[in-house]
Structure formats: structure tokens, C-alpha cells
Design a protein around this ligand. Structure first.
Ligand SMILES: NC(=O)c1ccc[n+]([C@@H]2O[C@H](COP(=O)([O-])OP(=O)(O)OC[C@H]3O[C@@H](n4cnc5c(N)ncnc54)[C@H](O)[C@@H]3O)[C@@H](O)[C@H]2O)c1
Length: 312
């Protein structure tokens, strides 16, 4: 495959490179380092890095013409400032359209997109099926949902994977890195009164292998274990891993831009791809923490506004 990866220095993007480059696939990355890290991509024969934005139409067209990808993994997304709606819309809508138009022109075989579970808004049922209406209400959710909608009517062979919280190397968002960093530093923590599903990177990459096959299904699919766990469970698991008695912590209601319970129903995905998550909750969290032990954590990003609670 000749795989064009947008956002290749991000958490998922860098894991795709580590998975597919050693297998002999040629990879080209477009990356503006908004949240991605320069040091995770070492350009070499067969792995090129184009520094720039997917919102730059001339650059996008030039990269497609020069590289001639057969497959696109569209992993770039903007979310780091919940108030920067224009940046979210530029990258997640306009950038997605530009990548889609170039991919159509080149006639790529597969186009893989990633969607946030926030596309469902406040769910009417749990676990949330992929047929649930999309009712996003945050800048990240709205812009990602618009981008996905353009893709789904583009005529491209698109698979849009609506993701649970994927845990793996370089995860820099959400409760796991936050609790690990704060507990280790002796800082106070709080938990939001919410439930999420957590999926291990290896399980996710096993699905990616199947999704990238030319004759595999197209459409919108949920990707998760289907099992919900409270953020308090995550906190206790992190404390347990660190060998601490979990301290009493405030459990606060979710902010106006958040959703209390997000558990995705993966059954249609399991059927379509013959895939099922294998790793359990504790194994997934412990693996993540072991990675932090080895490599540390730098910045932690969030697409949510900070709740009104003293965090120190
Ligand atoms: N990781 C998850 O659990 C999760 C869950 C739901 C959805 N997603 C989606 O998966 C994709 C990858 O997410 P991630 O967790 O790797 O995030 P990430 O922030 O680690 O990666 C996104 C990458 O896109 C780059 N980027 C942002 N704007 C860009 C632009 N205009 N041009 C070029 N590059 C740009 C960033 O620098 C970053 O490297 C995103 O589409 C995200 O919405 C991820």
C-alpha cells in the first residue's frame, strides 16, 4: 500500500506508522504539529513527512500528486481549544473536504476516517448503536460530524470508525494520563461523574488491518469493547497500579460540553469485520500506565472546557 496519513505524528497516526511501515508499506504524512510531536516521525526511505496543514489546498494537491497514495488514513483533527471554533471547523471540515476531493481525484482504494463518540450528542440509548442519530453540541463534535457527513456522501470507499477511548503509546488526552501524572505528583484529583469505554491500541490496530483490505465493508462503524467503566473506576485502577490506597475524591457532574455516559455498541462492527476486542479493562489501563512508566507524559490535551473545581 502507499498510505497517506494525515496527522501522522498524533497518537493514532504514530501507531499506524509503527504498525505499517515495518511491513514494507510506503507512507507519507501531512502534519502541522498542532498536537503531534516532531520526534515521533523519523523521515527515511519510504516514510516522508510533509510539514503543513490539510487546510492548505495547494499543499494537499501537491502531496497527492507527488505521492499518489492508494490508501488514505485521515487522522488529523483539531480539538485542543474548545473555544477555537474556527480552527476546529477549518481542520475538521475544510481540511477533510480537501483531503476527500484529492482522494477522489486519485481514485484511492480505501479512505479511513475517525469519528468521536461525541457525534451522538447525549445518547437516547446505551450502548449506542451506530444507527443512533447524530446530535453533537460541542465545537469538536459538530465539526467532526460535518466532516464525516461530507465524506459519507463523497462517493469514496470510506470507512468511518467512531471510536471509544483508544489507549496506547502517546495517549495524551483524558483521565488516564491526568490521574497518573497528578497522583504521582501528590496533587489532588477529582472525577467527573461519567462512564466511558476504553479500547486497547492492539485491539484497535487488529481492526485497522481488516478495515484496510480492499474488499472489506464500507460505512460508519462503532469501535469499542461495548463495556462501560466509570471515571472513578479509572481513578481507582490508576491508584491501584501505583500501589496507593485510592484517596477519597470529589465526583463532580459533567460540564455543559460533556456527556455523562458514552458506551458504544460494537456489534455491527464485529459482524462486518469478524473482529472483537480481546483485552479487558484492567489489562488495558495497566498497559497504558506501564507505557507512561517507560516513556513519561508531556502535555495533556482536552477538547472539554475545565470544570469549575479547584484542581490543585
Ligand atoms: N484517540 C482516540 O481515542 C480518539 C477517539 C475518538 C476520535 N479520535 C479521532 O482520531 C483521530 C486521531 O486522534 P488522535 O487521538 O491521534 O489525536 P492527536 O491529536 O494525537 O492527533 C491528531 C494529529 O493531527 C494533527 N493536526 C491537527 N490539525 C492539523 C492540520 N490542520 N493539518 C495537519 N495535521 C493536523 C495534530 O498535530 C496531531 O498530530 C482524530 O480524527 C480524532 O478526532 C480519536
Amino acid at each position: 500500500m502507499k498510505i497517506l496519513i494525515t496527522g501522522g505524528a498524533g497518537c493514532l497516526g504514530s501507531n499506524f506508522i509503527e504498525r505499517y511501515f515495518p511491513l514494507g508499506h510506503e507512507i507519507c504524512v501531512i502534519e502541522n504539529f498542532a498536537t503531534g510531536k516532531k520526534e515521533v516521525i523519523l523521515p527515511q526511505k519510504g516514510l516522508s513527512l510533509i510539514e503543513g496543514s490539510i487546510v492548505d489546498e495547494a499543499l494537499v494537491n501537491r502531496v497527492f500528486d507527488d505521492f499518489q497514495p492508494t490508501h488514505v488514513i485521515h487522522s488529523a483533527a483539531a480539538y485542543k481549544d474548545p473555544n477555537n471554533w474556527a480552527e476546529d471547523a477549518a481542520t475538521n471540515v475544510i481540511g477533510t473536504i480537501l483531503i476527500a476531493k484529492a482522494a477522489l481525484r486519485l481514485g484511492v482504494k480505501r479512505f479511513i476516517n475517525f469519528q468521536t463518540a461525541l457525534c451522538y450528542g447525549r445518547p437516547q440509548e446505551l450502548p449506542i448503536p451506530a444507527t443512533h442519530p447524530t446530535e453533537p453540541f460541542s465545537s469538536y463534535g459538530i465539526s467532526k460530524t460535518a466532516g464525516e457527513a461530507y465524506l459519507m456522501q463523497s462517493g469514496l470507499p470510506v470507512v468511518s470508525l467512531r471510536l471509544a477511548n483508544i489507549c496506547g503509546p502517546r495517549l495524551a488526552i483524558g483521565p488516564i494520563p491526568t490521574f497518573y501524572k497528578r497522583l504521582k505528583a501528590g496533587q489532588n484529583c477529582f472525577c467527573s461523574d461519567s462512564v466511558r469505554d476504553f479500547l486497547d491500541m492492539e485491539d484497535f490496530l487488529d481492526l485497522m488491518d481488516l478495515v484496510l483490505q480492499d474488499d472489506a465493508a464500507t460505512g460508519v462503524f462503532n469501535v469499542s469493547t461495548g463495556e462501560g467503566h466509570s471515571i472513578l473506576d479509572v481513578f481507582k485502577t490508576v491508584a491501584n497500579y501505583l500501589g496507593m490506597e485510592a484517596p477519597e475524591v470529589p465526583v463532580v457532574g459533567v460540564g455543559a460540553d460533556d456527556v455523562a455516559q458514552v458506551v458504544l455498541d460494537p456489534s455491527a462492527t464485529e459482524l462486518a469485520f469478524g473482529w472483537k476486542a480481546k483485552k479487558g479493562f484492567q489489562e488495558t489501563i495497566f498497559k497504558q500506565l506501564k507505557w507512561y512508566d517507560q516513556y513519561g507524559i508531556n502535555d495533556i490535551f482536552s477538547h472539554l472546557a475545565a470544570p469549575a473545581i479547584n484542581k490543585n
